[in-house]
Design a protein around this ligand. Structure first.
Ligand SMILES: *[C@@H]1O[C@H](CO)[C@@H](O)[C@H](O)[C@H]1NC(C)=O
Ligand SMILES: *[C@@H]1O[C@H](CO)[C@@H](O)[C@H](O)[C@H]1NC(C)=O
Length: 267
């Protein structure tokens, strides 16, 4: 049995046997600006099955969720693996690029019990909050783009024609993706927050990838989701597309705390 806080990207990966199912999830946004860290969505990985009380898997799980290496919250992400098949667990916890330290810790404290409430005894699953996501699985797929766990939440209100003509959200996002992943030598994780004045309005955006993505996969993941979910958000007044490997968001109001500052500097 071992615990490895893996900051390394492992390239040798267990083939995923899961059925390749394209999943299209359009979730209506219910989030409110005033809530600081709303719950967004969750998914229990039913195909991975459940564990029994008192099992080795449960012991491993308890250990992994309670043994966070020092500095994890400060850095804003952590990945740990523990045990051997069939009790092997991989856990990934990642805070949004501008969320670190106590805010990241507090997001974990919120997400952890909520995950176990929503996916009782499931061996795997993922829960998304505004400022962090928590993921468990029995399959180590670090470094690989996750195509199965992406979804879009958009503001029900449409953008005005006038505003749309000045800023097409898809193009704004694409611009941001290129900016976030342009420089050849930048190091993961990739995070970028941008704002752009359009007439009387300002569009605010953010794009980021999970820390295990290479620059190439980061761009591929973001570009794919910008294309794939276009119908969900192309003419909307705000939206977010979330996943395990990458996410982006735009609004016509600021949603990144300017004081917090980005954890990863812009290129
Ligand atoms: C991308 O970078 C260019 C050049 O620095 C800048 O003019 C543009 O506004 C950026 N795009 C976005 C969406 O922030
Ligand atoms: C939709 O967008 C408007 C304008 O940015 C904002 O005021 C409102 O809170 C948004 N609604 C939701 C549900 O996010």
């Amino acid at each position: 049995m071992y615990i490895s806080p893996s900051v390394l990207i492992r390239l040798l990966l267990v083939p995923i046997l899961a059925v390749v199912a394209i999943q299209l999830l359009f979730v209506r946004a219910v989030s409110s600006v005033n809530m600081t860290n709303p719950y967004l969505h969750h998914k229990c990985f039913v195909t991975l099955g459940k564990y029994k009380p008192g099992s080795q898997y449960e012991k491993n799980l308890k250990r992994i969720i309670n043994e966070f290496p020092k500095g994890s919250f400060k850095r804003g992400f952590i990945s740990m693996t523990l045990g051997e098949s069939p009790d092997f667990i991989v856990m990934l916890f990642q805070c949004r690029g501008d969320t670190h330290g106590p805010k990241c810790r507090s997001c974990y404290a919120t997400a952890k019990p909520e995950f176990f409430k929503r996916c009782p005894r499931h061996k795997g699953g993922i829960i998304w909050y505004d400022q962090c996501s928590l993921y468990f699985s029995t399959i180590d797929s670090l470094g690989m783009i996750d195509y199965d766990n992406n979804f879009c939440m958009s503001n029900a209100t449409k953008i005005s024609d006038d505003l749309y003509n000045q800023v097409k959200p898809r193009h704004f996002i694409d611009d941001m993706i290129q900016n976030a992943t342009r420089e050849a030598k930048r190091e993961a994780p990739y995070y970028m927050a941008e704002e752009k004045r359009v007439g009387k309005e300002t569009i605010y955006g953010m794009a980021e990838c999970s820390f295990d993505m290479s620059q190439k996969n980061c761009r591929k993941c973001l570009e794919r989701n910008n294309f794939y979910f276009a119908r969900c958000f192309w003419d909307k007044l705000g939206a977010r597309v979330l996943g395990k490997s990458c996410s982006f968001r735009y609004e016509f109001y600021p949603f990144i705390l300017p004081k917090a500052g980005p954890k990863y500097l812009k290129p």
